[in-house]
Ligand binder design. Structure first.
Ligand code: UDP
Ligand code: MG
Length: 320
């Protein structure tokens, strides 16, 4: 009997958890030959999320709950779920019903055919404001190019075989980008498309500012191409400098030098701006290195609940 772990990061999802739990009950009826465990991670919620999860955990032995000591972010929540999961495969999904439970049987069927990574791809980006859509497009095009994968419409809704989960858990880095790393680890992959519906309840936890930060952090965490861009920028400046110098000397001897002040101002502003930008890019990488070198834990668990017998069982396997 195949064992499937469902991993659900939650932050202030008190309203949506019961709805998703009902959906998971439907999934159990749909796939009676599978064994399930549900790992709910409370990522520093301020509402009743943990109380609701505790209630589910007491009533249902398949439910495991993890509570973070504060908000550590969705990436950390996903990885803590992957670390705890015991399943032959793991499905990572959002709590707000934007990742439809109805797609999971299709993902599991592909896994049973031998695919080790099944990506959920958004059919449309749902009801997102125009500016956010535009930003997401630019970011995914940039990132897609750097890692050689079509990132547009990619999502965190994924099924991963135990092998891929292990590969992800073995990565030493702290700044992870789950969506792209699950592609980076390789393995046989397939994709399924799903329609993004509106949030079932509550509001998104992402502001435009936090999205921008998330985008920049993931770009620096995943790729070193921006550093090479500085290289290209420097080369371009030197080339422009040579051409301008030739022009200045020739003009001088012909007695019609360019006006000094405007040329100087334009050049200074352009060069100073470019330098600051380059410094910023280098700074972003240094910040990332600083973060990695400190080696702090990615998350701190304040409470963890699961059925006793299973705890014993997993201790035994760990000892083996
Ligand atoms: N989430 C989380 N920690 C956070 C932010 C979000 O665990 O700091 C969870 C959230 O509860 C939801 C999922 O990540 O289950 C996706 O979040 P959200 O719906 O806010 O993002 P969006 O769908 O707008 O990208
Ligand atoms: Mg959502």
């Amino acid at each position: 009997m195949a064992f499937v772990s469902i991993i659900i990061p939650c932050r202030n999802e008190a309203e949506t958890i019961p709805l998703l739990y009902d959906g998971l009950k439907w999934l159990e009826r749909e796939l009676p030959l599978m064994r399930f465990e549900y790992i709910w991670i409370d990522d520093g919620s301020q509402d009743d999320t943990y109380q609701i999860l505790s209630g589910l955990q007491e009533a249902d032995s398949r439910v495991k709950t993890i509570r973070f000591s504060r908000n550590f972010g969705k990436e950390a929540a996903i990885f803590s779920g992957l670390h705890q999961a015991k399943g032959d495969c793991c499905v990572v999904m959002d709590a707000d019903l934007q990742h439809p439970v109805e797609t999971i049987p299709e993902m599991i069927a592909l896994w049973q055919e031998g695919y080790e990574v099944v990506e959920g791809r958004k059919e449309s980006r749902g009801e997102e404001p125009g500016i956010r859509k535009a930003f997401a497009n630019i970011f995914y095009r940039l990132l897609g190019r750097t890692i050689g994968m079509d990132m547009k419409n990619a999502s965190d809704f994924k099924l991963l075989d135990r092998k891929a989960v292990q590969a992800l858990c073995d990565l030493p880095e702290r700044n992870t980008f789950f969506r792209a790393l699950s592609f980076w680890v390789g393995y046989r992959s397939a994709s399924v498309t799903y329609e993004v519906s509106e949030r079932a309840a509550g509001t998104t936890k992402w502001s435009n500012r936090s999205l921008l930060k998330y985008g920049l952090k993931n770009l620096t965490a995943f790729s070193n191409k921006p550093l090479y861009l500085i290289f290209a920028f420097g080369a371009l400046l030197i080339l422009a400098g040579i051409l301008l110098s030739i022009d200045a000397v020739v003009s001088h001897f012909r007695g019609r030098s360019a006006g000094g002040y405007p040329t100087l101002i334009i050049f200074l502003v352009f060069v100073a701006g470019g330098m600051m930008l380059s410094l910023g890019i280098i700074g972003a990488y240094i910040a990332m290195i600083y973060d990695e070198v400190k080696g702090r834990p990615r998350y701190i668990i304040s409470e963890k609940k699961e059925k006793k017998e299973e705890k014993e069982e997993c201790r035994n396997t760990e000892r083996d």
